[in-house]
Design a protein around this ligand. Structure first.
Ligand code: KDG
Ligand code: MG
Length: 402
């Protein structure tokens, strides 16, 4: 079998997605996702102009060699554009392998290690009461784990608080919107949120929270310490993680479990965090981490240090990434949890998929390969629309992390 052709599709069924379709001379095709929120066209060009011409004619079963060819062979390594593009090729080749062998991908990754993939949903509201009511809704729908985000008194908007309760979508059409931020106001508010949630819902539900890169290490240490009594499943992205040593400060002060890594693109972003046991969950997922091939190696390395997986699963990761992540999640030994932000009905129509949710767990389904398809004709009705994530400024106008 040989790769005959590959094509990149950019479409916007509810939001922008970039999809790679690789076809073979035996009629089997594979799909990969390479959506990079707010930088979509850069990845499309990387693939069309620089990668596709190099992979035509290769054996699609050689996932390891093709990955090494695109990573080592490019000379210029790492970075979200490069790694998302390589990830799409890797996903598509694993999809082809599964389809050609007529088996779901998890069977090629060691088989099922569990009966289902525990996921967390996104409860959010403008204030404590609204967030608490949303947590109740997720519990009613069968979720065992819920991420809780609340508006902060005195701030007009903040990360994680949605205009539409069901589908949280932070990117906005046009140029980047500007949000304003105060770590002081946020730090005063969050412990009250989790106190209220534990009082109302008791100890059984897993509660999670995303600080979205906004704190300094000592502020994160304070937050971790103050929410310790409420036993979170994790506190995510407490600080930006370019300085991996910064996590030592947080770790010295709190037993609140720490998760990080949704923007990491190789193991080098997490080497110290893992080997010094500074985190508990690694958020890298298939699309940003360069594909299934490298993510399995990172997970095996993390396993040595008791670090578990917690794949990113926001709406900007297409159903193709979600499908790939679920096969990874169900097979990997040190699985922790999977994020599940539901896509809109338009997105689900363009990407019909075999995965399904029941009683707090997602299941990858039993279709050969990834179990996700792509309706090209329907996708063509939703052309790309420029959209960006917001930027963030402190109350005095200083640029800050969003
Ligand atoms: O594109 C950015 C989103 O994926 C990100 O803001 C979502 O932090 C996020 C999360 O935990 O889902
Ligand atoms: Mg996050």
């Amino acid at each position: 079998m040989r790769i005959q052709d590959a094509k990149v599709f950019v479409c916007s069924p509810g939001r922008n997605f970039v999809t790679l379709k690789i076809s073979t001379d035996e009629g089997v095709y594979g799909l990969g996702d390479c959506t990079l929120n707010g930088r979509e066209l850069a990845v499309a060009s990387y693939l069309t102009d620089h990668v596709i011409p190099c992979i035509v004619g290769r054996d699609p079963f050689q996932t390891e060699d093709v990955w090494q060819y695109l990573y080592r062979g490019a000379y210029w390594r790492k970075g979200p554009v490069t790694m998302s593009a390589i990830a799409a090729v890797d996903m598509a080749l694993w999809d082809i392998k599964g389809k050609a062998l007529n088996t779901p991908l998890y069977n090629l990754l060691g088989g099922k290690s569990r009966t289902g993939v525990m996921v967390y949903g996104h409860a959010n509201g403008r204030d404590l009461e609204e967030t608490s009511d949303q947590v109740a809704k997720y519990i009613d729908e069968g979720y065992l784990a819920v991420r809780a985000q609340s508006g902060v008194p005195g701030l007009p908007s903040t990360y994680g608080v949605s205009k539409d309760k069901t589908f949280y979508e932070p990117a906005e059409k046009g140029l980047p919107p500007e949000n304003s931020w105060s770590s002081e106001k946020y730090l005063n508010h969050v412990p009250k949120l989790f106190k209220a949630l534990r009082t109302r819902f008791g100890d059984d539900v897993h509660l999670l929270h995303d600080a979205h890169h906004r704190l300094t290490p000592i502020q994160a240490a304070r937050l971790g310490k103050e929410i310790e009594p409420y036993h979170l499943f994790w506190l995510e992205d407490a600080v930006t993680a370019e300085l991996q040593e910064g996590f030592r400060i947080i770790r010295q002060h709190t037993t609140t479990p720490l998760a990080v890594g949704e923007i990491f693109d190789t193991v080098w972003d997490a080497r110290l965090l893992i080997s010094e046991q500074l985190i508990d969950y690694l958020r890298m997922t298939v699309v940003r981490g360069g594909g299934i091939t490298p993510l399995r190696k990172v997970a095996a390395f993390a396993d040595l240090y008791h670090v578990q997986t917690g794949c990113h699963g926001a709406t900007d990761l297409s159903p193709v990434t979600m499908g790939a992540a679920l096969h990874f999640d169900i097979s990997v030994g040190n699985f922790g949890i999977q994020e599940y932000m539901r896509h809109t009905p338009e997105t689900d129509e363009v990407f019909p998929h075999a995965y399904w949710f029941k009683d707090g767990y997602l299941h990858p389904g039993d279709k050969p390969g990834l179990g996700v398809d792509f309706d090209e004709k329907l996708a063509a009705k939703f052309p790309y629309e420029r959209a960006y994530l917001p930027v963030n400024r402190k109350l005095d106008g200083t640029m800050w992390n969003w």
